[in-house]
Each structure stands twice: as C-alpha cells, then as structure tokens.
Design a protein around this ligand. Structure first.
Ligand SMILES: [Zn+2]
Ligand SMILES: [Zn+2]
Length: 289
C-alpha cells in the first residue's frame, strides 16, 4: 500500500490543516510552510504543532511531504538570490524541527545561465550549509529528510535528469559525509519525469531501473502523482488531473501499484478543488485495492 493525499493550506494553522487533509480522505499531505511564491512564514505556536503531531499519529498518517517555496533558488547566478534562498531553506528546516520524521521537498533550482555543473555544486553546498546551521540554531540533529524533486527540465531547471540529481547527492556527500547523505533523498514527480523524457507510460520498469542505476531506489522516498498536459519529453511542467492528461489513468495506476514504490507517501498536485481531490484520493484507493 501507499499513503495518499494532496496539497493543503497552512493558513488556518497546523492542526486545522491536518483536520482538512483528513476530511478529504488523505493519510499524508503536502503544504508550503510559507507563501509558495516566497516571503515570510508565520511563526507556529508549539501547541498547534503538537496538536498536529497527535492528529497524525492517531490517524495513522504516513510521512508528510512539505514543499519548499517555488521562489527558492539556491543555484541562481545572482548572489543575492542565492543568499535569500539559503536563508529560506535554513529557516524552513528549523521550523520543521518541531514536526520530526517527515520529508521536506524542494526544487533543486534554475542555473540561470551558469550551467548545470556549477549549479549542482552550489545546491550541494547550500544543503550542507543549511543543515549545519539548522542543527546549530535548533540544537538538535536534523529531524527530517530533505528531498530533491525530479524536474521537467524547463528552461535552465536543474534536476531534469537523474544524473543531475545524483551529481547533487554525490557532492553533498563529499561535503557532509554519511551524516548529510543519510538526510537526503529524491521525490519523483510523475508529470515532471514524463515531461523530462522518461516514458513511464510504456516503460515504467525501465525508468525505475534507470533511477536505480543512477541514484538508487532506496533514495526514492516520495512520489508526486500528477498527469501531464503535454507529451513525453516536452519539458513543459503543466500538471493535469489524473486520467485526463497524456500519461493516462492506466499508467498512473501502474505507478500506484508498482511493487518497488510501495509504503511511500504519494501527493496529488493536480488542478483540483477540495471535491476534486476527495474524488482523486478515492480513485487512487480503488487503484491500490
Ligand atoms: Zn514541486
Ligand atoms: Zn511536484
């Protein structure tokens, strides 16, 4: 079995967010700890965080897949953008120390002309620095696992290939050793890998074999379950409702049922309102059965 849920908002607080996810039928969810377009994040009351932890435990939730802001770009050519992004990453990690045992997923970034090689080194350095600072400031070892998201390879996006993600992981291991390495993984987004040229419709086994060869499947910790508006290899990144896009229901059902992908949180990032998410969560549960 897998855990299934969708993106929910933290705007009414942490416990309220958990109740909302539960009401949609989910047993995991994603949220932005700050405005997805960047900006400040509200401080969370410790009792509110504790109430959410209790709700998750009581209802058998799987790991949450928190999402870093879209504006975060730790490999931008502009130093100021890199510095602000590093600060966001560090602050998110510190905030989430109060929600241990979950995942924090973020977009590796856009190299904005610097080239992927420079970018992967900058992302690795940012991860090492952010984890170091978060641990020092909070006085605790990092309580969550950080996931790099597979990207569609749109524009100068880094992470459109498994090789680029592995380059980040390898360089991070060189900087932070096994301790940092153990805190890093990958979140596979079905729309992004498809748009990136990995044919999960006709050769899911082959794509997972490639992932295993380049990165190792034990690093694949979470899935973003989305259909795509565009053909394989389009490098577009436009999500579609399950079964209404170019990947299709049959292929997405095979992803949900794949033996190598079980026991992981799957997050819907499809264009839906609450009623739509409730229906899709139900559909995925039928696929699982
Ligand atoms: Zn994402
Ligand atoms: Zn995604």
């Amino acid at each position: 079995m897998i855990f299934i849920g969708n993106h929910v908002s933290v705007s009414k607080g942490y416990a309220a967010m958990g109740r909302h996810a539960l009401s949609l039928g989910g047993d995991t969810f994603a949220f932005f700890p700050r405005n997805p377009r960047g900006g400040r994040s509200k401080a969370a009351a410790p009792e509110d965080m504790a109430a959410l932890r209790q709700l998750l435990a009581k209802n058998g939730f799987g790991k949450l897949v928190v999402h870093g802001a879209y504006t975060m770009n730790v490999c931008a050519a502009k130093e100021e953008v890199r510095a602000n992004s590093l600060e966001m990453l560090r602050d998110d990690l510190i905030r989430l120390q109060a929600l241990p045992g979950n995942y924090y997923n973020f977009h590796p970034g856009c190299h904005t002309g610097q080239g992927a090689q420079t970018a992967t080194a900058q992302i690795a350095a940012a991860l090492a620095a952010a984890v170091h600072d978060a641990e020092e400031i909070s006085g605790l070892p990092l309580q969550n696992t950080i996931l790099l998201e597979t990207m569609a390879g749109k524009g100068s996006e880094v992470g459109g290939t498994f090789e680029e993600l592995q380059a980040v992981l390898t360089q991070a291991a060189q900087l932070g050793g096994d301790a940092l390495s153990a805190r890093l993984g990958v979140c596979l987004d079905t729309c992004h890998v498809w748009d990136g040229g990995y044919d999960i419709q006709n050769d899911l086994d082959g794509v997972l074999r490639a992932f295993d060869r380049v990165i190792g499947l034990k690093k694949l910790r979470a899935v973003h379950l989305n259909d795509s508006k565009n053909p394989c290899g389009s490098h577009k990144d436009r999500h579609e409702k399950l079964g209404q896009g170019s990947i299709g229901a049959e292929a997405l059902r095979a992803v949900v049922r794949h033996p190598l992908l079980q026991d992981r949180p799957f997050i819907l990032e499809t264009p839906n309102d609450d009623a739509g998410y409730r229906t899709e969560i139900q559909t995925v549960r039928e696929w699982m059965a």
